[in-house]
Ligand binder design. Structure first.
Ligand SMILES: [Zn+2]
Length: 402
């Protein structure tokens, strides 16, 4: 009974197919909801945040609960919000389901075309997702059923409270997030995660034998993600007008990937990953994979006859001058790919079966564009794998000799 009351259900026919959506709130309790409301008030009133809440406020400020001027102004004007957990569940479940129906109809149309999808189950959870608003649960997803976990705090912070305070819910952010997660569902149906698991099993068997370093599984996952997160970011950012190329970020990520590959233990590699390489989903393999997809797309545009590119300031440069332009300053803006190129690129990317195909496509794109492979080049890739495989042997040898 309790479970039924806490689940909001919808049903819609799309091209003759009935798709049910169930949004379950059992794991986002009223207690956490009320706590989040207090946190939102604190963050947005710009008052002193109590010491015990500082860590939590910092952790969630970018993706879930964050400062918004429109909320700040309403709080300053004395607007009082009475929290209503039931109204929150109804409102956010409706917005969520409408977003999913729109994406199934207009963006990821192949999900309905290629599968007999019947249900989408969304579990709204208490846990803060550290830089992710949602998560596709591939272990529970099948062609008939999609399972997604969604941060309740994100629904409160991005959708419900901004709506209550200023009638401005962050729908586009929610849609981008769901487009990203449903891309992971497509990757799952393509068997990518199963193949990754099989690869990890083989590596683990060698690690267990002591013949390779326990760092390799961490590195292998980064390369798999480079491709899967890269495409998910690529499709998520389709509507962004420009792309920011930041050579200092490239450099930092390449350095920390190398550092990870040289770690002495799995724990050390994991720590470097979380602290430096990918503390949130705007960096790490998300950023690298996305930029690789973008340059692959740009090389396709060039092959199709495009010879100039806008640089975000109304001015254009010849694509032959791209290398010099990228070297000109640390941060440069480039125009987004046109829709036709975007679709062609996505369709090429979606046919790849392994991350090495993706890396090869990136190397070829850099050659076509005459730019340095600053995110990854064949020699660097090789050195990372050699480091990640060999370190433990060196470490064991050192122990044996000492
Ligand atoms: Zn993702």
């Amino acid at each position: 009974m309790f479970e039924i009351l806490r689940t909001v259900k919808f049903s819609e026919n799309i091209d003759g197919k009935k798709v049910n959506i169930a949004v379950r709130f059992t794991n986002y309790t009223e207690k956490v909801f009320l706590f989040d409301l207090d946190l939102i008030k604190l963050v947005n009133s710009k008052g002193d945040i109590p010491e015990e809440l500082k860590g939590k406020a910092k952790k969630v400020k970018r993706y879930e609960i964050f400062f918004k001027k429109s909320i700040h102004d309403k709080i300053k004007q004395g607007k009082i919000i009475t929290p209503d957990y039931t109204a929150f569940r109804k409102f956010s479940a409706k917005v969520l389901s409408q977003s999913i129906y729109t994406i199934l109809k207009d963006v990821h149309t192949k999900i309905l075309k290629d599968t007999d999808l019947k249900t989408v189950n969304i579990s709204v959870i208490n846990r803060y997702l550290d830089g992710n608003l949602a998560c596709h649960v591939y272990s529970k997803s099948t062609p008939q059923n999609i399972e997604i976990e969604m941060s309740g705090s994100a629904l409160a912070g991005r959708i419900y409270f901004p709506w209550l305070y200023s009638h401005r819910a962050d729908i586009s952010f929610l849609e981008k997030t769901l487009v990203h997660e449903l891309e992971h569902h497509i990757e799952h149906l393509r068997g990518l995660y199963q193949r990754e698991e099989e690869g990890q099993k083989k590596i683990s068997a060698l690690v267990d034998k002591g013949s390779i370093s326990p760092v390799l599984p961490v590195i292998y996952e980064r390369f798999c993600n480079l491709y899967t997160e890269g495409i998910a970011m690529f499709i998520e950012k389709k509507k962004s007008a420009t792309v920011l190329h930041d050579s200092s970020v490239n450099k930092k990520l390449v350095q920390s990937l190398e550092k990870m590959s040289l770690a002495e233990s799995k724990k050390e590699a994991d720590d470097i990953y979380l602290a430096e390489f990918c503390p949130d989903s705007e960096t790490g393999e998300y950023y690298m994979g996305y930029m690789m997809c973008y340059f692959i797309g740009l090389s396709i545009a060039k092959k199709n006859g495009k010879d100039t590119i806008k640089t975000g300031k109304k001015s254009s440069i010849a694509l032959t001058a791209l290398k010099d332009y990228l070297a000109q300053s640390q941060k440069v803006l480039l125009d987004q790919l046109d829709e036709k190129t975007y679709n062609e690129t996505y369709s090429i990317l979606s046919r790849m079966n392994h991350y090495t195909e993706f890396l090869n496509a990136y190397y070829a794109a850099c050659r076509e564009l005459g730019i340095d492979c600053s995110l990854m080049d064949p020699a660097f890739y090789k050195s990372i794998i050699i480091n990640a495989k060999a370190k433990k042997i060196v470490a064991l040898k050192n122990i044996a000799e000492s």
